[in-house]
Design a protein around this ligand. Structure first.
Ligand code: ATP
Ligand code: MG
Length: 253
């Protein structure tokens, strides 16, 4: 594949694209996943490709929810398996939480390819593949979605990324706490989730692992965090940040 010069100003972004294209060749990612990534890149540009304070607040809440959950599940799709497989496995081990493959465009070949990627990254168990996805969750517009009985079906807290709005709503409607990582604070997923981390999965997943480790040593802080969280305020902060940053950049021209 093409060599990206070390000093290219957009090097990291180009390498992520290459990673997704390679994952598409391995049948982990579908073409629609590339489009979704492009939309994410645009919002990442607006926040300056850094984890901002509105994301930090949500990451702290997410870590507290995951630590105190009875059955926390990390939902994995093609893009997240391509971008952060090792980091997802490390996060799952640290909490501890289960890993479940859950796709918008369901397809057994791809489920198996994603399971393989997670196992290569060190996962001992991967739920939601083939027959394991035997339970259904009623959804508004898409087909009934199939999930694992020991995973998302019985989970109290579900972490997902690059998710669709209707699917997010379906999970919250049946009482799950949903943590969404989504660079677009305007998406329906961002609006419907219990906790919205407006950040790139490549930064948010490792940051979440660090926060889980930190909070495990400080149980009293976990309770304080859980009492005071307001997701609407977090979304407002993200939108305001984007607007104000653009305004500042226009003044600096
Ligand atoms: P919704 O269905 O929630 O209204 P949408 O239809 O606009 O969202 P989808 O294509 O369903 O968007 O989901 C992709 C979402 O994931 C987009 O909001 C995009 O900003 C976000 N996204 C893409 N790449 C990343 C990434 N690397 N990290 C975090 N979020 C990302
Ligand atoms: Mg959508």
């Amino acid at each position: 594949r093409g060599i990206v010069p070390e000093n290219h100003p957009r090097r990291d972004s180009i390498l992520l694209r290459e990673r997704l294209v390679e994952a598409m060749e391995k049948e982990i990612v579908v073409p629609q996943g590339l489009i979704a990534h492009g939309r994410g890149e645009c919002f990442d540009y607006l926040i300056g490709e850094k984890t901002r304070d509105f994301a930090q607040i949500a990451i702290e809440e997410a870590a507290a929810l995951l630590i105190t959950a009875k059955n926390p599940v990390l939902s994995v799709n093609g893009n997240t398996a391509a971008l952060v497989p090792t980091q997802l496995v490390e996060l799952a081990n640290t909490i501890p939480a289960k890993l479940e493959v859950n796709l918008f465009y369901r397809d057994t070949v791809r489920e198996i390819a994603i399971e393989k990627a997670l196992r290569q990254a060190g996962a001992k168990e991967v739920l939601g593949v083939g027959e394991d996805a035997s339970e259904t969750i009623p959804e508004l517009f898409s087909q009934r979605r199939r999930v694992s009985k020991r995973g998302i079906f019985s989970a109290d807290v579900v972490l997902l990324a690059l998710e669709d709005g209707d699917r997010t709503e379906a999970l919250t409607r049946i009482g799950k706490k949903v943590i969404a990582i989504d660079l677009n604070p305007l998406s329906r997923t961002s609006m419907k989730a219990t906790v919205t981390i407006v950040d790139n999965v490549t930064r948010a997943i490792p940051a979440l692992k660090e926060k889980v480790m930190e909070l495990k040593r400080d149980p009293e802080r976990v309770n304080r965090i859980l009492e005071s969280y307001d997701n609407r305020e977090v979304l407002r902060k993200a939108m305001r940040y984007m607007a104000e940053r653009l305004n500042q950049l226009s003044l600096d021209l």
